[in-house]
Design a protein around this ligand. Structure first.
Ligand code: DX5
Ligand code: ZN
Length: 218
C-alpha cells in the first residue's frame, strides 16, 4: 500500500491542531519542512512548533531538513521526530551524519534536489532507510511538478533493487492525482503532499482518493 505523509507547510498555521486533526485518520505520518532561509529562500518553523505537534499526536513525524549544517541540530530534532532526512547538498560527511541519525533512534534519509543525480547515492544507499526525491526546487508549497522526476525515480528504484530492496522512495513537491499513479509505477512508495491535501475542501477525502489513484483504482 502506498503511504502518504501530508506536508503541513500547506496548512493554516493559525489553526494547526484543527488542520492536523483533519488528516490524522488517513495519513501514515506528517511531513515537517524545516527551512532556514539560507539553503532555501524561505523560513518555516522550528523546535517550539515541532514540540507542540509531538505533544499533540503520536503519529510518525518525518522531518525534512532544508538547512545548512544539519549536524548541529540532529540531537534536538531526534528528541521530537521519528525520521530525519538531510539534503545531500548540505552535508560533507554524509556517512557520519546518517549513522548519527540512526544512533539517535530515528529513521535516516537523504534528499536530492532536482539537479542532483541518483548515482551519487550508490555508496550510501545500503545504509539508508529512505530517499526523498525533490520534484520541485525546495522552498515553497504549491509549485509545479518537474516531469523528469518519473525517470529519476525509476533509476533510483532499479539501483535500490540491487543494493537496498526495502528502501523507502519518497517524492516531494507538486504531487497530485494526475501524476501519483505514474510515480507509483516507477517505484515511489511514499508520497509527500501539501497543497493537493490542505488546499482542498476535505483533506481526509483527498488522501483516500490520492491513495486509490496511486494504486490504479478509480
Ligand atoms: C517544498 C517542501 C514540500 C512541499 C510540498 O520545499 O519540501 O514538502 O511542502 O508541498 P506541495 O505538495 O504543495 O508541492
Ligand atoms: Zn518536504
Amino acid at each position: 500500500m502506498p503511504k502518504i505523509y501530508p506536508s503541513i507547510l500547506a496548512a493554516d498555521f493559525v489553526s494547526l491542531g484543527t488542520e492536523i486533526n483533519k488528516i490524522l485518520n488517513d495519513a501514515d505520518g506528517i511531513h515537517l519542512d524545516i527551512m532556514d532561509g539560507v539553503f532555501v529562500p524561505n523560513i518555516t518553523f522550528g523546535f517550539p512548533i515541532i514540540e507542540s505537534i509531538r505533544n499533540f499526536t503520536n503519529v510518525y513525524l518525518d522531518a525534512h531538513l532544508m538547512i545548512v549544517e544539519p549536524d548541529r541540530y540532529l540531537e534536538r530534532f531526534a528528541s521530537y521526530v521519528n525520521s530525519i532526512t538531510v539534503h545531500y547538498e548540505t552535508v560533507v560527511h554524509l556517512h557520519r551524519t546518517i549513522f548519527e541519525i540512526k544512533e539517535l533512534g530515528c529513521d535516516a534519509g537523504v534528499s536530492l534536489n532536482p539537479h542532483t543525480p541518483v548515482f551519487l547515492l550508490e555508496e550510501i544507499l545500503p545504509f539508508l532507510d529512505k530517499v526523498l526525491i525533490m520534484s520541485v526546487n525546495p522552498g515553497f508549497t504549491g509549485q509545479k511538478f518537474i516531469e523528469t522526476t518519473f525517470a529519476k525515480v525509476k533509476k533510483l528504484r532499479e539501483m535500490a533493487n540491487k543494493i537496498n530492496p526495502t528502501l523507502d522512495i519518497m517524492v516531494d513537491g507538486g504531487v497530485n492525482k494526475e501524476n501519483i499513479r505514474e510515480l507509483s509505477v516507477n517505484g515511489v512508495n511514499t508520497f509527500i503532499i501539501g497543497a493537493s491535501i490542505f488546499h482542498k475542501e476535505n483533506p481526509s477525502v483527498e488522501i483516500k482518493e490520492l491513495k486509490k489513484a496511486a494504486t490504479g483504482i478509480d
